[in-house]
Ligand binder design. Structure first.
Ligand SMILES: [Zn+2]
Length: 349
């Protein structure tokens, strides 16, 4: 018996029943779960082309993420050498029913489209995620193209031809105004290719903020009017109390834009507790798509007071962070459709 299967056997009823058979054997015929929001980061070793701003590596945000994931500084250096992929591959092997959209991240850019390296915290090239997707059946390519780039439309065509599943923007840190005419032109082409836009909304705590105005889901209106699918990452929720919360704005837009969705990424800290409260009110899970936002740490302990301590303890014992995040969000009340829905929304390769 493989080590992963043995470990799954110990998990018992905590693991999604459709995939668990007594004796610890995995079924591979059950529904497929999609995590549309997984980050990579690396130092560029092994020809990945990834880049991590050395000034940011020991920032408070990055150190918090490292510590909460129980990763030592030396371990982190090793992980960055392989752009975090080694760990991810190990966890994926334990979950044959799980697919991830690995996200690229384009450079932060000036208003004229010139890249600004010192303002960039993490750069992950499109070719790297495309290559990962080509070589790993559980991975889909989430490319990132800054719409102010002179070659933005050509790069979009190129990535679409190479099987991109979605396009990721982090406007607050990449300096993208989604209502800028260049963004609107870009979204028109996205709609033609039926490529969803996964766009950050709500507060951003991991990378530096250039313009927080872009966190408001209302800035996505002109993009939505081009007819393509838009997934508002985090549903406009804040993660820090000092930031504005746009969850009600996002929820209020759902009626006008049937092709607007939200993801469940980084339900961490205040955002996890807000999500738990909103799930009790309900009325939006039919517009949610599952995303983990790993390596943003997922912990059931944020739900103290919302889930019984006994259940929290069991969830916290799950070592595989993807599995822990899935089971925690299920315990919060997310229906199975949230985990499988991306199959209908991502661009099929
Ligand atoms: Zn993210």
């Amino acid at each position: 018996m493989r080590a992963g299967q043995e470990w799954l056997g110990r998990l018992g009823s905590l693991v999604t029943p459709a995939f668990f058979v007594s004796g610890g054997t995995m079924q591979e015929s059950g529904p497929v779960y999609y995590d549309i929001h997984l980050h990579l980061a690396g130092c560029g070793c092994g020809g990945t082309g990834c880049w991590l701003n050395p000034k940011r590596k020991n920032s408070f945000a990055f150190s918090m993420i490292r510590r909460l994931n129980h990763i030592s500084k030396t371990e982190l250096d090793n992980m960055l050498e392989e752009s975090l992929w080694g760990r991810i591959a190990g966890w994926l092997a334990e979950m044959p029913y799980y697919r991830v959209v690995a996200l690229a991240l384009d450079w932060a850019r000036e208003n004229d489209g010139e890249l600004n390296k010192s303002l960039t915290d993490i750069y992950v090239p499109n070719d790297y995620v495309i290559r990962l997707a080509e070589n790993n059946p559980q991975v889909l390519a989430g490319v990132s193209i800054h719409p102010y780039r002179k070659d933005a439309l050509d790069e979009l065509r190129r990535c679409a031809e190479h099987g991109a599943a979605l396009v990721k923007w982090l406007p607050v840190s990449q300096n993208i105004d989604p209502s800028d005419p260049r963004s609107v032109e870009f979204c028109k082409l996205l709609a033609e290719y039926k490529l969803p836009l996964l766009c950050h909304t709500g507060s951003e705590g991991a990378t530096r903020n250039i313009n927080k105005e872009f966190n408001n889901p209302l800035v996505l209106k002109t993009a939505l009017e081009q007819g393509g699918t838009v997934i508002a990452a985090h549903c406009g929720m804040r993660s820090l109390p000092i930031d504005k919360d746009y969850f009600d704005v996002w929820k209020g837009m759902l009626g006008d834009y049937p092709h607007l969705w939200g993801d469940t990424a980084a339900w961490f800290g205040f955002r996890a507790r807000k999500a738990a409260r909103e799930l009790k009110v309900g009325g939006f899970t039919d517009r949610l798509i599952y995303g983990s936002d790993w390596p943003v740490p997922s912990s059931p302990w944020w739900l103290l007071g919302h889930l019984p301590v006994r259940e929290i303890r069991k969830l916290a014992e799950i070592k595989n962070p993807f599995m822990r995040d899935v089971e925690t969000k299920k315990a919060m009340g997310l229906p199975e459709e949230v985990f499988t829905r991306a199959a209908q929304i991502l661009r099929p390769s």
